[in-house]
Design a protein around this ligand. Structure first.
Ligand SMILES: Cc1ncc(COP(=O)(O)O)c(C=O)c1O
Length: 496
């Protein structure tokens, strides 16, 4: 009787090429200088193990070149494109940041206009500086109880397109750091109606195409390009990301040219092999692995919901186009009712229980749950949070309670006038002035306060009274400030 044949394992051309090179035992008169590990410091060799060094190869015979891939890398990228529903996929070795920058550089020209949400990741500013395009900011919706910025409502995209008939591209964020994904379809329709490509920062959504309970991936919703962090939610090594495209509105040559400009000529085979393997793993077991993460995250969510004082971000808090889906593998809970800040809880979990979460802000703590997490770890987390919640009255600090109170009453972010191109602001001479003296001047730096992670001011923008008031309010509230050279915000850098 014929035995049922096992399905073939997905190929991993890059992993196989590196393994073959290691097996061959080649004498290495080539880069990298550690020569397969023997030339490396014993401390780093002990930390990483010999094998990592032996696999850290370079573009030698049998390998390929990320700048002009024709062999194993081209094959690995083609397999990635098929797995992620793209026409072409590219391996990124400087994180999703380089993908966001390449998309902007490919889609806009100096003096052109790019529509993008105000709560974009800071890599977009790098893209604007590189391309010389004007930003047309779109205000995201806010979730007031959790103090987080969501997606952009389609009406805001429509208004911006009306105001900026010459816009060159629309860049969207999906999902945000908390796993909230907007419905991209209406925005894609609006942009495509005017012939504009839609670029998506999908740093937190590389797993979306592999399980029906996850939000649909951006390309499936009509996006022309999407940058995904394989290191964030798949098994890729840190910095390993993908850029996927469906050329048409966005020529592949422009994307490829931008990537050649921005990426290393010595791309790491460790990172790229991890991308090859992450893709093959998702093809082979993606639904099962993601399913396991969803189940475990669901159990964590249910257990945390029973702890008095913790509030979970769930689908009920959302339910509008700007927040159509919630990635069930992310668990966001607010600790505000405990009178503690998210940061305080993050540090207590780490110092007392040796548990590290993904992120915290003033109100919330965010967990990323993956198939690599276990039931035992989930139990440990739930027990630790139960203890912290019970001890909250003793852990509370008067200044935190006042801060939570003030932050809850802060106004939303303003929409400042963009006076100078971000690129010009970047190259211009700047100087630090006292905060109050900055009124009417043009900002040379970004200031973002958390929550809600929306820049209050960005390079090239005129600093109005409103901006100054909000900066002062954020400072007085003791919010975490990111971006300026003086994080105390006593001074601000402006164009000289
Ligand atoms: C939404 C978003 N986009 C882009 C990035 C940049 O990704 P990377 O750190 O891989 O460069 C991040 C990083 O945290 C992010 O959160």
């Amino acid at each position: 009787m014929a035995r049922p044949s096992r399905p073939a394992r997905p190929a991993m051309p890059l992993v196989e090429a590196v393994a073959a090179y290691v097996r061959e035992g080649v004498v290495r008169f080539h880069m990298p200088g550690h020569k397969g590990g023997r030339g490396a410091s014993p401390a780093i060799r002990r930390l990483l193990g010999e094998r990592a060094f032996r696999a850290d190869v370079t573009s030698v015979e049998g390998m390929d070149d990320l700048q002009e891939p024709t062999g194993v890398l081209a094959a690995a990228q083609a397999l990635a494109a098929a797995a992620f529903g793209a026409e072409r996929s590219y391996f990124l070795v400087n994180g999703t940041s380089v993908g966001v920058q390449a998309m902007i550089l490919a889609a806009t020209r100096p003096g052109g206009r790019l529509l993008l949400p105000r709560n974009m990741h800071k890599s977009a500013l790098g893209g604007l500086v590189l391309s010389g395009a004007w930003p047309v900011w779109l205000e995201p919706e806010l979730e007031p109880d959790f103090g987080i910025a969501l997606g952009v409502e389609p009406a805001r995209v429509a208004e911006a397109l009306e105001r900026e008939p010459g816009a060159e591209a629309l860049l969207l964020l999906s999902p945000n750091y908390y796993g909230v994904a907007p419905d991209l379809v209406p925005a894609v329709r609006l942009a495509h109606g005017r012939g504009l490509p839609v670029l998506v920062d999908e740093a937190h959504g590389p797993h979306f195409g592999f399980h029906p309970a996850l939000p649909p991936p951006a390309l499936r919703l009509g996006a022309d390009a999407s940058a995904q962090g394989a290191h964030k939610l798949l098994g890729g090594l840190t910095q390993a990301s993908f850029l996927h495209i469906r050329p048409g509105r966005l020529p592949a040559e422009r994307i490829e040219g931008a990537l050649r400009l921005l990426q290393s000529t010595s791309a790491s085979y460790l990172l790229m092999a991890s991308l090859d393997a992450a893709r093959a793993q998702m093809e082979e077991n993606g639904a099962e692995l993601v399913g396991r993460a969803i189940r475990l995250a669901g159990e964590i969510r249910a257990a945390l919901a029973r702890i008095p004082g913790l509030r979970l971000l769930d689908g009920r808090a959302l339910g509008r186009p700007a927040a159509a889906w919630l990635d069930p593998t992310k668990v966001t809970f607010s600790v505000r009712e405990l009178g503690l800040s998210g940061r305080q809880v993050e540090l207590l979990l780490r110092r007392r229980f040796r548990i590290q979460v993904e992120m915290s802000d003033l109100f919330n703590v965010v967990l990323i749950v993956g198939a690599g997490n276990s039931e035992a770890e989930a139990d440990r987390l739930v027990r630790a949070l139960g203890r912290l919640a019970a001890e909250a009255p003793r852990l509370r600090r008067p200044e935190t309670a006042a801060l939570l109170e003030r932050a809850a009453r802060l106004p939303g972010a303003p929409s400042p006038e963009v006076a100078v191109l971000p690129r010009e602001a970047w190259f211009a001479r700047s100087r630090a002035v006292a905060l109050e003296a900055a009124q009417g001047r043009v900002a040379a730096e970004t200031v973002t306060s958390y929550p809600p992670g929306i820049p209050i001011v960005s390079p090239g923008e005129r600093i109005s009274r409103d901006v100054l008031d909000r900066l002062a309010a954020a400072r007085a509230a003791g919010l975490r400030i990111s971006g300026p050279a003086d994080p105390e915000l006593r001074t601000l850098r402006v164009l000289a």
